[in-house]
Write a protein that binds this ligand. Structure first.
Ligand code: PLP
Length: 249
């Protein structure tokens, strides 16, 4: 990316995004303190889906290093522009298995594994590139039919299959969920608490090492997610402003 000189519009974008990031980091720290947690144990993912490279550049200049994208097409045009800048990219959307081959070389985390078939594809793609990937299992805690993710009652069986399959390129790191759209605070908290309980049960039952992550909480509900133990919050709108279009698939 061009680093200098920057136009007036770029300077305005820079100061808006830097300001938003400061506010989000402050709100994250305040939520952590209320929950008697160390803010440093909560990773802030800036969800840059649909946003132009200039917006990502502004966030990088404001010190942000971890970014989330939810469609491959959008991500593949953006990520190469920031090579060598020390960023890490998380794939947070539904991963079509024919796109798993694009993960290695672009993403170091995938938040949305929900089947053995997809995990196999991802592991094969990573092995092919000599890459390793951190992966989370997406759980459909809210039970909405429109959502991807494994049902809570199917999670143990899926983990059994995944461990039996021995997928060497994947490090299983924890669980991810989405709160139900327009849910009340009580419902959201209960959904996030369920994800935490599921993670704790998985760790105990399968003796998983490093299976500690809970990716939960977005602009509207990240404080509730932090109260229930989120270790990764995925925040788009509060950092980059409203999205003007649907992401390209
Ligand atoms: C878009 C998106 C987010 C961020 O949502 P905001 O409400 O803009 O913070 C988080 N997680 C996933 C999976 C998303 O697709």
């Amino acid at each position: 990316m061009e680093r200098t000189p920057s136009s007036l519009a770029e300077q305005q974008l820079q100061s808006t995004i830097a300001d938003n990031l400061r506010k989000v980091r402050a709100a994250l720290a305040a939520a952590a303190r209320r929950a008697q947690r160390d803010p440093a144990t909560i990773r802030l993912l800036a969800v840059s889906k649909t946003m132009p490279p200039a917006a990502v550049e502004a966030a990088v200049r404001a010190g942000q290093t971890e970014f989330g994208e939810n469609t491959m097409q959008d991500a593949l045009t953006k990520i190469p522009l920031f090579q060598g800048r020390g960023l890490s990219w998380h794939f947070i959307g539904h991963l079509q298995s024919n796109k798993a081959k694009f993960i290695p070389g672009h993403f170091s985390w995938v938040h949305s594994i929900d089947s053995l078939a997809l995990a196999r594809k991802l592991s094969q793609a990573c092995e092919h590139h000599g890459a390793q990937v951190n992966a989370l299992l997406q759980v459909n805690v809210s039970g909405e039919v429109s959502k991807y993710g494994v049902a809570p009652t199917e999670l143990s069986a899926l983990i059994e299959e995944l461990l039996a399959a021995e997928l060497p390129a994947i490090a299983w790191r924890g669980l991810m969920t989405l709160g139900r759209f327009n849910a009340s605070d009580d419902e959201l908290r209960s959904c996030f608490a369920q994800l935490r309980t599921l993670r704790d049960d998985c760790v105990t039952r399968f003796g998983l090492k490093d299976f500690s992550e809970l990716s939960m909480g977005m602009t509207q509900d990240f404080a509730l997610a932090i109260a229930e133990g989120a270790t990764i919050v995925r925040i788009g709108t509060a950092i980059f402003g409203p999205r003007l279009r649907q992401p390209a698939q």
